[in-house]
Design a protein around this ligand. Structure first.
Ligand code: FES
Length: 270
């Protein structure tokens, strides 16, 4: 009797994929829409190769600008970008966008989010996989998710450079000032910093390989701070994704002349 009951239940589960009756599908759907829209916007913005600098603001999608034909060169490590027959000159954004792309792609939190939303592996807690065959992250290509800690080191360098950009955003052609764009760039760098330093790899870097915290009070202090941030990692993931897209959009619209950057304070240098 019990055996038959269990068999029936298993059969029902397989047929229905889940016994959950709540709207569990909303979260993966929203994640797919937001991540998909961001991916399309970021690719479009990177392909534009224009309107990414409106003095003194440089879009985070193009920073650091590493080719000599950038609208605002940060570090001229490369010469002019190569030209392709139909497309024209390649965008310098592609020299840099792979770093934040790799960092987010291999992020522990985003992995959960996009495995659910795009691969349905599984689409939600207590919901069957959309298709079988998921073997975890122990073999190619998902084995490369282990590169995350190295992507973290590169992302830290990027946060330092974006902080430098945000400081430069006080230096207007007319003098020292604060514009709405300055605030946008600072808000973006703060959120990116919160996202980067709340990373699980950062937490491990601060407190990993220690058996006894009392022997390393400084590392304990750092680990404790990162742990507090780490509790909000998913929130910082979404806020920083939004802020980086909005910062690019704001600078783009100012550069195109669609909106005017309001100066809150401006001290003219004579
Ligand atoms: S775990 Fe999300 S950025 Fe490292």
């Amino acid at each position: 009797m019990l055996r038959r009951l269990l068999t029936d239940q298993r059969g029902e589960l397989a047929a229905r994929a889940t016994l959950r009756t709540d709207a569990w599908w909303i979260e993966p759907l929203v994640v797919a829409l937001v991540l998909g829209s961001f991916g399309i916007y970021a690719t479009w913005a990177a392909l534009q190769n224009a309107h990414y600098y409106a003095a003194p603001y440089l879009s985070p999608f193009y920073s650091p600008c590493l080719s000599t034909d950038c609208q605002h060169v940060t570090l001229p490590l490369f010469g002019r970008m190569p030209s392709l027959p139909v497309v024209g000159a390649l965008s310098p954004a592609f020299l840099i966008l792979w770093v934040p792309g790799l960092f987010r792609l291999t992020c522990y939190y985003y992995r959960k989010a996009y495995y659910r939303s795009f691969w349905g592996a599984p689409p939600g807690c207590a919901v069957s996989d959309v298709r079988g065959g998921y073997t975890g992250e122990t073999r190619f290509p998902l084995l490369f998710q282990n590169l995350h800690r190295y992507a973290f080191y590169l992302a830290v360098v990027l946060v330092v450079i974006l902080t430098y950009d945000a400081i430069l955003a006080f230096r207007f052609p007319e003098g020292f000032g604060i514009g709405v764009g300055t605030l946008v760039m600072f808000a973006n760098v703060i959120l990116l910093g919160c996202y980067t330093f709340s990373c699980h790899s950062c937490r491990h870097l601060c407190g990993g390989h220690l058996d006894v915290f009392s022997t390393a009070p400084r590392r304990y202090g750092l680990w404790y701070m990162v742990t507090q941030l780490n509790a909000h990692h998913p929130l910082f993931a979404w806020l920083s994704l939004s802020s980086v897209g909005l910062a690019d959009l704001y600078i783009r619209l100012v550069s195109m002349g669609v909106i005017r950057d309001l100066r809150i304070i401006l001290l003219r240098l004579v």
